[in-house]
Design a protein. Structure first.
Length: 116
């Protein structure tokens, strides 16, 4: 008998609930990004924290890390097919947050851009 508790919402939060995971996924929705690009888009993330979050997303098969055999090494991150299934959820989160801010008279001001 399986005594594990499996909550769909809990599992979703486990996958994207890291401090910067949802932001990383959002920034990868349109095109692959290099580590330095993600650092510029999420400046509050330390390199160590960003690396940790990227490793966890890769381990959970939400992103793909591609290393190109060039000098200096080039590494890109992109959404996996599983990661792409998160796009509607991320768009809903964006819309909810935008509505929440606007209802309080706050203009959204971040590196995230609404998808067209």
């Amino acid at each position: 008998m399986n005594n594990h508790y499996h909550c769909p919402v809990g599992e979703t939060i486990r996958l994207i609930g890291g401090k910067y995971k949802a932001l990383i996924l959002w920034f990868l929705t349109e095109e692959p990004k290099r580590f330095g690009q993600l650092q510029k888009l999420i400046p509050e993330a330390t390199p160590k924290m960003l690396t940790q979050q990227l490793r966890e997303l890769e381990a959970d098969a939400l992103i793909i890390r591609t290393v190109y055999p060039v000098v200096p090494p080039k590494v890109e991150y992109t959404l996996s097919d599983l990661g792409k299934t998160m796009i509607p959820l991320l768009e809903s989160m964006y819309q909810w947050g935008e509505d929440y801010l606007m209802d309080r008279g706050i203009c959204p001001n971040c590196a995230m851009k609404k998808h067209q």
